[in-house]
Write a protein that binds this ligand. Structure first.
Ligand SMILES: Nc1ncnc2c1ncn2[C@@H]1O[C@H](COP(=O)(O)OP(=O)(O)O)[C@@H](O)[C@H]1O
Ligand SMILES: [Mg+2]
Length: 378
């Protein structure tokens, strides 16, 4: 029971939401610095696209674009207007000449030292000549899209997704796209834009949302349904984040080359557009599909018996999920405390059959153990 007396508790006791935890520990999800975050955002979005198209057996077509956003464009987006200082005399320098000379000398020394040691922004930070660089990352696919009402939870709540089953997918934790959103919220404060339509849907869902970090809840800015006249299906996700293209350009391109090799049935179109109007820096690359044959989709597997034998939590979990619960009762033979109650079937089942029925329900949910094959000499 919580203590009643005032002041008995530790003032430092706090609890964090999953969103706050991953914001504080971005590194474990591949968001260490601006360059790496740009790269990981692309990876997370592209891999969601592949999962999505493969999920409905469609040859994936993924359109990826990275557009550099200038500082003034960014300031426009966040509604910041820069004003020219009218009366500079009002802002007289409070530094004395001597102090100013010392500061300039120190700054020059520090810059020379950084240049010598090669430390200046070598880790892929977003600063370019001292200024931050921003990018609009957009990834569009022809996959299964998302149900209109599910979108806020899919993309605005950390640790939520549809891939938690025992089935092979690229995503697993319900984290990737939310990390990109957390990074964008932290570095630019701008929300994610989502356009999505499910196969045969008459409408397209359009969302603008971000995440309430304390509550780990989606915060929807706008949601609307527009007609889907072209019968399109898929999803398009777009975020504006701080990044570093210069240091991660090669890494992004080699990732796409490798991805095109391991998924020859997918087609990728990648576009990079620099803000300076210097076309030489732009990239436009298509990685064509080399086969129309897609591997059979992975099937949902059952847990291995050894996992179910050793993991008490897994057993509990399986029992709560299984459809085969007829007559299953808790291991308490006396019946004083009821364990797992039958969902269907005869009320309560056989009391003394508790252990056997629990075991039988677990057995149905795990794989059949393989027969031991004698290993020569082993
Ligand atoms: N491009 C997409 N198309 C369809 N569904 C998507 C797409 N991107 C994300 N989703 C849905 O949102 C969920 C959360 O995605 P994400 O945060 O990347 O976690 P994970 O991929 O690990 O499940 C996914 O499980 C998927 O159902
Ligand atoms: Mg994912």
């Amino acid at each position: 029971m919580p203590p009643k007396s005032k002041g008995a508790g530790d003032k430092n006791l706090k609890s964090k939401s999953p969103a706050e935890f991953f914001q504080d520990n971005k590194g474990i999800a591949g968001f260490e610095n601006a360059g790496k975050s740009l790269y990981t955002t692309l990876r997370e979005f592209i891999e969601n696209s592949l999962d999505s198209a493969e999920g409905i057996g469609v040859l994936p077509d993924v359109d990826i674009s990275v557009e550099e956003v200038t500082l003034s464009q960014y300031e426009d987006l966040i509604g910041l207007k820069t004003h020219v200082r009218k009366d500079s005399a009002l802002y007289a320098d409070i530094e004395t000449d001597k102090e100013k000379q010392k500061r300039l000398k120190d700054e020059a020394k520090a810059a020379a030292k950084a240049a010598k040691g090669g430390k200046a922004d070598a880790g892929g930070g977003g600063k370019r000549g001292g200024a931050k660089a921003f990018f609009r990352v957009t990834v569009k696919d022809n996959g299964k899209g998302m149900a209109h009402d599910d979108i806020p939870n899919m993309l605005g709540r950390v640790l939520s997704g549809t891939k938690y089953g025992v089935r092979q997918t690229r995503g697993k934790f319900g984290l990737g796209s939310k990390m990109a959103l957390i990074w964008s919220k932290q570095t630019t404060g701008l929300p994610i834009k989502i356009i999505s339509a499910q196969p045969k849907s008459k409408f397209t869902s359009r969302y603008v949302l971000d995440i309430n970090m304390e509550k780990n809840e989606p915060n929807v800015h706008s949601a609307e349904k527009t007609p889907n006249d072209s019968a399109w299906h898929g999803a398009e996700l777009s975020v504006i984040i701080e990044g570093n293209w210069t240091t991660y350009r090669n890494k992004v391109l080699s990732y796409l080359r490798q991805l095109a090799i391991v998924t020859p049935y997918a087609q990728f179109h990648f576009r990079y557009e620099s803000a300076g109007g210097d076309a030489r820096q732009n990239v436009d690359a298509t990685f064509r599909r080399r086969t129309e044959v897609m591997p059979a989709p992975p099937t949902t597997t059952k847990h291995h018996p050894s996992a179910a034998k050793e993991n008490q939590l897994l057993i509990k979990d399986l029992l709560s999920q299984t459809r085969h619960q007829q007559g299953v009762r808790g291991p308490n033979r006396g019946g004083a405390r009821q364990g797992i109650r039958a969902r269907h079937g005869p009320q309560g089942g056989h009391r003394h059959a508790g252990y056997q029925n629990t075991a039988a329900a677990v057995r149905r949910e795990v794989r059949r153990p393989r027969r031991r094959v004698p290993v020569p000499g082993g």
